[in-house]
Every structure is written in structure tokens, then in C-alpha cells.
Design a binder for this molecule. Structure first.
Ligand code: XMP
Length: 506
């Protein structure tokens, strides 16, 4: 294990991903809750931070716990903290250094092995290390930053001023590999296969003969979690797949079939009409979400009572949901938005929770899914919100509007697949707008609804940009929609990025 102490940098999760790409297991901890050393810990990384070390309120971690005992690497703020606290001097830079820079000196140190002597690195800091402590030695420099990297003599303690974890630091991964593999001597055995094997074993021990119930959404996370549990406890896993009437066209039937075909013990519950009834006349986005979430819990609760003696609730929670984020104010980061996820545990259910994916990032969930040989049609699925089409029909929801949107969405999504664009897009869908506009079809004047197509690229949904879909593709889709779906006479394409817009419209 590598411990990453988080000081609130936007790049902390990226450090973790980069280590996981090297098949090394790591954990992120808030700097003020740093765990004690044990045999499993092979090294520690101090992240960057929005704080300056000169700031009185800046984080003051107890690095003595680790320093000199196991390898330690400070990045950006972490490096400055080490320099300042062990006898050096950190001053405001004359010019703030953001973005691209090139190394112009690289020492022979093992951390720098294979890093090109003029390698491009990515800087992001307003302070600079003006003086190194006496027992520190410089291991790299750039034109503007003399002490871009340092090491403590006779000790595996390092500091790097630039960000090796960002993709724009071209030899950054090499540097991290040198630290993790060469210096910390981590074995690179954190692979999807190894994860499946150890998780299944642990689940068997933990659950024994107990029954687990779990809500499936058709999405990647809940599916992979269910298949892992299934491998561990077989039919003691009782999955419930609720049709809330707000799924994509034919999704309920096809997903249910494919789950069953793969040997999952799953029960489909068609509750569409109950959801429609509960939603009648409601146009407020938050109220719609609450109604859909509340109804899901009601239906799920009823069904779970039919499973006698169930002790556990399985959930597809993943690592980004559980990391306690550190913000500049010391409280939980304001940028993280929490969503009501399908399968959330209502307190009154009195079940213990089992979350086999709580250590994984999204792309790792997919890798694990592939190692479990779950079909690509499930693994490669775009994210889809729990409230489904309910938050893509602006205004009130009726069965007829759902039907129309399902048709339009189907044309868009199958078009993306046909044009080989589906896997290049992170998420796509259609929004049914509450406006009507005038059109002409044949000799007739029409006055019908408009839709907006949305396709975004993203890595985690926190930020996103619209995808530059080919005009010819958009032309074909627009044509098919207007000619094929009665009630729609206008198609628009959403070209807003997140922020300031969001991916969904509600
Ligand atoms: P926004 O609209 O906030 O969406 O940019 C970010 C990601 O979250 C999904 N999303 C939801 N997922 N329950 C969910 O399970 C929800 O209530 C919900 N709202 C948005 C959205 O589809 C996108 O992937």
C-alpha cells in the first residue's frame, strides 16, 4: 500500500489513478487523519494543496510519523512543506508559475532514472523554494525553478515541485514508477484478476451463508458489484430490478434478460404505473427527484421483505463516493455534488451494507467487469441517472411523453452505435423540452415539441465538455427523429460545457 495524504489539491485523485495504472494499491486519506504505519505501507505521498505553506492556516501534517522510516515523496505543496519544515526557505515566486516548463538539469538520482534531461513538466504554484536545508540535494531544475526536485541525503525523502501525476508532465509516470517500484519496492500485483480473487474470497468469509439483497439499475457499478457477489455467494444474492417506467426504450426487458442469461438471481418488478401516478402534475425538478427516489425505496422495501432472513444490502458504491474530500476551508469540499443513487439505504431497513467496489475508481470497475467476463453491452454502458428519463422530460411527466422520449433517445443512441461513436462519448441522451414551435410538413403547418440532443466527454462527470459530433451524423439523426417520431418537429444540439451548465438539464 501507498498512502496519499490529501491537502485538498484538485490533482490528488489523479495521483491515485496513476499509481493504480501501475497496478499498485493506494489509499487517499485527509492529511489530518493520517493513519499509522504498518507492514503493508511501503511509502507515503504528500499531495499538492490550494494553500501556501506560508499561510498560517495551512495544513501542518505530522510527517515525522513517516519521514526517515519509509520512502516519502512530497509533490508541490508537499515538497515545499518538507523544505520549509526541515530548515529551508519558501518565498512567494516573483512570477507565478503555471503550466508548461522544461527541465534543464536532471541528476543521476534513482528517482529521475529515464526522465529526459529537457523533459516537459507541469507547474502550478505561487511559491518557490528559495533555499534548501543543508542536508538536502537538488535533483532537477527548470529555467525558472532551481529546486524543482530534491532529496534528503542518505534518506528516501523526496520533493518534486511540479506535478508528475498530470498527463502534461511527459515523464511524470516514469518518475512515479521510479518512486513506487524502484524506491518503495511495491510489487505490481494490484490487477483486476487479483482483485476479483481476493474480493470473492473475502466476501465468502464475510457473508458465509447469509442472504444479500441488492437493487440493480442496469448500470455498470451495480452490475459489477452484483456479479462479484454472485461469484461469492451464488443464489444467496437476491437482486431486484425495478421498472420505474423511466428507463430507456426496451431497457427493462433486455437488461433483465441479459442478467438472467448470465446466471444472476434477479427479480424484475414492473412498477411503472405506480411511478407515473405519483408523478402526476409535478413539474418541479427537485420534487420529481424526491418522488422517484421515495417510490423506489417503497417498492424496493416491499420486495426485500419477501426475501426471508436477508441480512445484507449490496451496493455499487465506488471510491470517489467514499473519499473524504479536503477543501480550502477545511470542511467537506463544496464542489462535490451528492446524488441520490438507486439502491440507497433507507435507515429503517436495518440491513448491514456490503460494498465490494468501494476501493475502485470507475475505470477500474470496468476492468474488473471485463475480468469477470461481463458482456461489453453492460460494461461499456453510458452512465444513466437514477431518476432516468424523469429528469430529461422538463416539466410534468406523462406516459405519452415518456414514450416519445424513448423513441427519440433510441434513434440517437442506436445512431451513435451505428456510427461507431458510442464508445467515444462518455454520456449521451435526449431532453424533451416543454416548448412547442411552428414547423411545416408537406403542406401542413405543424405546432409540435422540440428536443435537445446532449453528448458529453468527461472522466468523472464532475466536469464535461460537449462532443463535436460530425455534422453528417447530426443531420441523419435529426432527419430520422423528425420523420420518425410523431409529435417532434425540431431537433437542437446542446453545446454547453460543465461548468457552468450541468450534464442533465434538471
Ligand atoms: P449533472 O447533471 O449534475 O450530472 O452534471 C452528473 C452525472 O450524474 C448523473 N446524475 C445522476 N445520477 N441520480 C443518479 O444516479 C441522480 O439523481 C442524478 N442526477 C444526475 C448524470 O447523469 C451525470 O452522469
Amino acid at each position: 500500500t501507498i498512502l496519499i495524504l490529501d491537502f485538498g489539491s484538485q490533482y490528488t485523485q489523479l495521483i491515485a489513478r496513476r499509481l493504480r495504472e501501475l497496478n499498485v494499491y493506494c489509499e487517499i486519506h485527509p492529511w489530518d487523519k493520517a493513519p499509522d504505519l504498518d507492514d503493508a505501507v511501503k511509502g507515503v505521498i504528500l499531495s499538492g494543496s490550494p494553500f501556501s505553506v506560508r499561510d498560517e492556516k495551512s495544513p501542518k501534517p505530522q510527517v515525522e510519523k513517516y519521514k526517515g522510516k519509509i520512502p516519502l515523496l512530497g509533490v508541490c505543496f508537499g515538497a515545499q512543506y518538507l523544505a520549509q519544515n526541515f530548515g529551508g526557505e519558501v518565498l512567494p515566486s516573483e512570477i507565478r508559475e503555471y503550466g508548461r516548463a522544461n527541465l534543464n538539469f536532471v541528476s543521476e538520482d534513482s528517482l529521475m532514472k529515464g526522465v529526459a534531461s529537457n523533459s516537459q513538466v507541469w507547474m502550478s504554484h505561487g511559491d518557490t523554494i528559495a533555499k534548501l536545508p543543508a542536508n538536502f540535494e537538488k535533483i532537477c531544475s527548470t529555467h525558472d525553478v532551481e529546486f524543482a526536485g530534491f532529496k534528503i541525503k542518505d534518506e528516501a525523502t523526496y520533493g518534486i515541485q511540479f506535478h508528475p501525476e498530470v498527463y502534461h508532465s511527459l515523464d511524470g509516470q516514469k518518475l512515479l514508477e521510479n518512486f513506487i517500484v524502484g524506491i518503495c519496492k511495491c510489487s505490481q500485483d494490484w490487477t483486476p484478476d487479483a482483485f476479483v480473487e481476493s474480493t470473492v474470497k473475502a466476501l465468502k468469509e464475510k457473508l458465509g451463508n447469509d442472504k444479500v439483497i441488492m437493487g440493480l439499475s442496469g448500470g455498470v457499478d451495480s452490475s459489477v458489484a452484483a456479479f462479484l457477489l454472485n461469484k461469492a455467494i451464488g443464489t444467496n444474492l437476491h437482486c431486484i430490478f425495478v421498472d420505474n417506467g423511466l428507463l430507456r426504450k426496451d431497457e427493462y426487458a433486455t437488461v433483465l434478460e441479459s442478467y438472467k442469461g448470465l446466471g444472476l438471481n434477479v427479480k424484475g418488478v414492473d412498477a411503472a404505473d405506480r411511478f407515473y401516478e405519483a408523478l402526476v402534475g409535478e413539474s418541479d425538478p427537485e420534487k420529481k427527484r424526491k418522488i422517484i427516489g421515495g417510490m423506489f425505496i417503497e417498492v424496493f422495501d416491499e420486495e426485500s421483505h419477501k426475501v426471508e432472513g436477508a441480512k445484507w444490502l449490496g451496493q455499487g458504491t465506488i471510491y470517489p463516493d467514499v473519499i473524504e474530500s479536503v477543501s480550502a476551508t477545511g470542511g467537506p469540499s463544496a464542489t462535490i455534488k451528492s446524488h441520490h443513487n438507486v439502491g440507497g439505504l433507507p435507515d429503517f431497513m436495518k440491513l448491514k451494507v456490503v460494498e465490494p467496489l468501494r476501493l475502485l475508481f470507475k475505470d477500474e470497475v470496468r476492468r474488473v467487469g471485463r475480468s469477470l467476463e461481463i458482456p461489453e453491452i453492460i460494461i461499456g454502458r453510458h452512465p444513466f441517472p437514477g431518476p432516468g428519463l424523469g429528469i430529461r422530460i422538463l416539466g410534468d411527466i406523462t406516459k405519452e411523453k415518456v414514450r416519445i422520449l424513448q423513441e427519440v433517445d433510441h434513434i440517437f443512441i442506436s445512431g451513435l452505435k451505428k456510427w461507431d461513436l458510442y464508445d467515444k462519448v462518455w454520456q449521451a441522451g435526449v431532453i424533451l423540452l416543454p416548448v412547442q414551435s411552428v414547423g411545416v410538413m408537406g403542406d401542413e403547418r405543424t405546432y409540435e415539441k422540440a428536443v435537445a440532443l446532449r453528448a458529453v466527454e468527461s472522466t468523472d462527470g464532475m466536469t464535461a465538455d460537449w462532443v463535436h459530433l460530425p455534422y453528417d451524423f447530426l443531420a441523419e439523426i435529426s432527419n430520422k427523429i423528425i420523420n420518425g417520431v410523431k409529435g417532434i418537429n425540431r431537433v437542437t444540439y446542446d453545446i454547453s460545457s460543465k461548468p457552468p451548465a450541468t450534464i442533465e438539464w434538471e
